[in-house]
Design a protein around this ligand. Sequence first.
Ligand SMILES: Cc1ncc(COP(=O)(O)O)c(C=O)c1O
Length: 358
Amino acid sequence: VAKPLLPRTAELTRYLDRIDGAQIYTNFGPLNAQLERIFSDRCSAIENHAVTGANATLLLVAAITKLSDKRRGSANKVIVPAWTFSATAQAVLQAGLVPKFVDVGLESWCIEPSDVSQHLDPDVCLIIPVIPFGDIQCLKSWESFARQVDIPVLVDAATGFDGFHGSSLPTVISLHATKVLSSGEGGVLYTPDEKFADNIRSFISFGFAGTNKAESSGLNAKLSEYHAAIGLASMDSWTKRRETWVRIKNRYLELLGRFSASGRTPMESPFASSVFCLHCSGGEDADSLAKFLSSKLIGSKKWWGESLPKHPAFVRYGNIPTPNADLLSRQVLGLPCFQEVTDAQIEYVADSIRVFYG
Ligand SMILES: Cc1ncc(COP(=O)(O)O)c(C=O)c1O
């Protein structure tokens, strides 16, 4: 269903030669600095600082820890969507806090400010909206919501690389091999606040701040120069990669429109996504479709699995009903989506879905 294609050896050589020359392999070396510069230069909407890290999950842990530093009294709950990838809630637990699952919108696949405002009890110290599958359009509504409440908002835009061009909110993007732009493993945190960027850099480097004295709590979550090399080489071919992601998505949309549940889905956003998900129409269950596709030798995947309150790790935190998350987790299925998928393969998938629906 996914078949990551990262830069080939020949595309990496010029960066690897630079690592050999400098003999700097990690600890915010020159390739990292170059990658951070390229990432921050993409921010045309609001100037942002970019901090690279080992992966998005650890950058989320860093940001959650730092943003909840000054929380009031015993407030220890973090609002997260009831349907997202488990990393969002795992990061909350790793930061020593507790997830509070709020239902997502049936069309947005994201928590929405109007729902969240009903759950802003005094025990809430942070809100983490998740950008679903590259559809970063909801960012604007979170920026204006954050101006109205005095609780920090951190955006998990793990899949949002293409559409992100700067925000007033701290935002974390994943550079995992399955993402539209990858460094193999890796992540980038964006923030307009230079001091916050420095705090994150310190947190992901043992709490150091220029010396080897641990000034505050921290861990090691730096991006190695080798991973930065892959990120830089991926950026060299970004325009072509992006075009391919968008073409695949548009072809699926053209062919599968009538099998998609009514209403808009995040797949209709104009941004590149390395995942194409169908929200099965007619109340069809994604598992039945997956089984049928498998009989036609077509792979598929429910990317986020069950809604988070149903995962054993989180079951004790799920005390708000989340019917939309439960429904979407049953009805949304990821279809084959990778750089080398051919038009003929996409048509075969669409034909098979047509047969499934009779
Ligand atoms: C919504 C979301 N958050 C966080 C992550 C974690 O990213 P990483 O693998 O870089 O830690 C992912 C990964 O797919 C994700 O989809």
